[in-house]
Ligand binder design. Sequence first.
Ligand code: ADP
Ligand code: MG
Ligand code: ZN
Length: 487
Amino acid sequence: MQQYEAVIGLEVHAELQTQTKMFCSCPVIDSTSAAPNTAVCEICSGMPGTLPVINAQAVSDAVKVGLALNCTIAATSVFARKNYFYPDLPKGYQISQYELPLAQNGWLDISLPSGLRRIRINRCHLEEDTGKLTHVEGASLVDLNRSGVPLLEIVSEPDMHSVEDVKAYATTLRTLLQYLHVNSGDMEKGVIRFEANVSVRPQDSTELGTRTEIKNLNSFHALTHGVAYEIDRQSALLRENKKVQQQTLGWDPVEGKTVPQRSKEEAHDYRYFPEPDLPPLVLEETFIENIRSHLPELPGHKKQRFLEQYHLNEYIASVLTTDCTTADYFEAAVQAFPSNSAENIANWLIGDLFSLLNQAGISISDCPISPYALSDLVALVEKDLINGTTARQVLADMFVSGSDPHTVVEQKGLRQISGEEDIEPIVQQVLADSPEQVQTYLEGKKTLQQWFFGQVMRSAQGRAKPEVVKKVLAEHLQILEKNHLIE
Ligand code: ADP
Ligand code: MG
Ligand code: ZN
């Protein structure tokens, strides 16, 4: 049977979260929560006779991304008008870059189960975001808070061949933008949006097939499901010897399918022309080199360093470095108590603390437990002052109360009982309270030892040191067995 190969190229729109908008001094605000039309002026609302001014911060952020994506930065790039009408675009055109984009010909390495793969980047160009429409019964409302927010469009070459590739590329890119401090990566707030170009061809072919473009993919879920759906749909068409139509599609998240928006015949002609109100963007070599020399440590490098410096495994190192706030939190915790095992800190962080954060719907940057306090808790476990079970309880308490671990342990009397002399009486009591189980044990049901262990731990409210309980319990059971034999 003929096998087919999918070919996918992605266009990613990332907001650059600068202080002010791309061409005016309105602030860039969270457009999902702010009251509509509160960050708008005559420039970003497209009044005639106004003039745009290029935001220097947006330019340097874009250069940062371009460099981190191994692109060549253009000494001269040019803004262009992309003309179309839409109610969220009051000017009737969007200022973008077309023939001469800011950055070109780079790559991004993505990590796949089969190893690293290089995805080529075609270009990155600067543009401005549009406003937002909300459709209510019988009307559409326009909010221009987002109008004019700096956007960077990052276009890949068609180098991806599966949903897994797409997911790895999108997440790696999101992590990179976050590391560069140009974008929060907060997908729910729409700060990164995807468009996927998908085609399918016979496995042995090297020519590109006819593509469709899926617009409005605003989450990883929509992106991966949209691409999977298109690959299946197109493969089925080819298998039936039918043709794929070049089309722009929308993603319907409710139906879980792509829906045609327009076909090639009605394709937009944007009538791009150089923006007459802006000069070409000329960047000095020193400006670019200065940004290059101040690039932060990037995700791939940080992960490698974590593997070597902290002797972590692949999995832990990846989880810690997927988000630079998590990586920073981890390193601050390690520095707070250098004698703690870094691996223990990592496990407490990505295990118990992450699940508390998840349950509370809080991100690590708003974590109520400081890196110092987490590490302090890990030190208590390492010094054997509390056991793991108690530590979990203490952590949950710290999460709510904001107290330090010592206070919680003292106030709740949670210090570990590890002296044999303190554990003996508890063991004796449990055995004395369970004559039937002792009898059954002596008659040969040795698995009851585990049950006795559980009873002792419960009786000590989980504070007893498990190894000592095991030892003392074994000793007492041995004595009982001896006596039993003699009888
Ligand atoms: P446009 O501006 O019309 O969307 P581009 O040439 O800029 O077109 O391409 C947009 C994206 O589509 C790029 O990511 C590119 O890699 C991808 N692409 C182009 N042709 C194909 C194809 N046949 N199959 C899959 N992706 C494609
Ligand atoms: Mg496109
Ligand atoms: Zn404005």
